[in-house]
Design a protein around this ligand. Structure first.
Ligand code: IYR
Length: 226
């Protein structure tokens, strides 16, 4: 079980000419740089097929030992969204009123966030993302997963990018603790809630904080002569 070396096949690699590579890199940067986290959503419906394809994209992420330790629960049911909002706001009230240290509250002040999360009911879809601490093989044996948070983080990054590319806005929402989500959406204790990705169209005239991104020089260092 599980010890056979996997068969290999030729890599299907799209080798691009240098000019084409430069254009690809620049086009992709221009596409992702226009993404902004949105907190003000429209209730305009989104075709489910778009979400499905974005999830397929997320599912291509690399993962520890290729165990693909993620699960996405896509919620459009108004009643369930209402319950998630109630659960999240309860946690958030505690966070903002007592749990958060002052430095954290100060860091959040420019974003203007508070314990009210109306977007959890307004946005057409809440994607609740879980990391699987264990998987099961085809015979039902428990398999330990590796680098779960890294793997789920990469998959979530691809999902956020895929949604943006498809013309949708998203918001990473992490009420803490998130245990209430497992019970509400009926996932087993072997899975840890990772975050809620709220998605849909932005509200008309939605505003976002006027923030900037660090420059390349600030985020990267190069060692070498080239
Ligand atoms: N989870 C809280 C607080 C919060 C924390 C961080 I770090 C943010 O970047 C934004 C919010 C909330 O959702 O309000």
């Amino acid at each position: 079980m599980g010890n056979d070396k996997i068969k290999t096949q030729p890599l299907a690699f799209n080798l691009q000419a240098q000019g084409e590579m430069q254009e690809s890199a620049s086009n992709f940067y221009n596409m992702v740089r226009s993404r902004r986290t949105v907190r003000d959503f429209s209730n305009k419906p989104v075709p489910k097929e778009i979400i499905e394809n974005c999830l397929r994209a997320a599912g291509t992420a690399p993962s520890g030992a290729n165990h693909q330790p993620w699960h996405f629960v896509v919620i459009s049911d108004p009643e369930l969204k209402h319950k998630i909002r109630e659960g999240a706001e309860e946690e958030e009230r505690e966070f903002y009123e007592s749990r958060a240290p002052q430095d954290w509250l100060d860091a959040l002040a420019p974003l203007g966030t508070d314990a009210n999360k109306p977007f959890l009911e307004i946005a057409p879809y809440l994607i609740v993302i879980f990391g699987e601490k264990f998987s099961f093989d085809t015979e039902g044996n428990k398999l330990k997963n590796y680098y779960v948070s890294e793997s789920v983080g990469i998959a979530t990054g691809i999902l956020i990018t895929a949604l943006h590319n498809a013309g949708l806005a998203s918001l990473t929402h992490t009420p803490a603790p998130m245990k209430f989500l497992s019970e509400l959406v009926g996932r087993p204790a072997t899975e840890k809630p990772y975050m809620i990705l709220v998605t849909g169209y932005p509200a008309e005239n939605a505003e976002v904080p006027a923030i900037t991104r660090k420059s390349l020089e600030e985020i990267a260092s190069f060692r070498g002569d080239d």
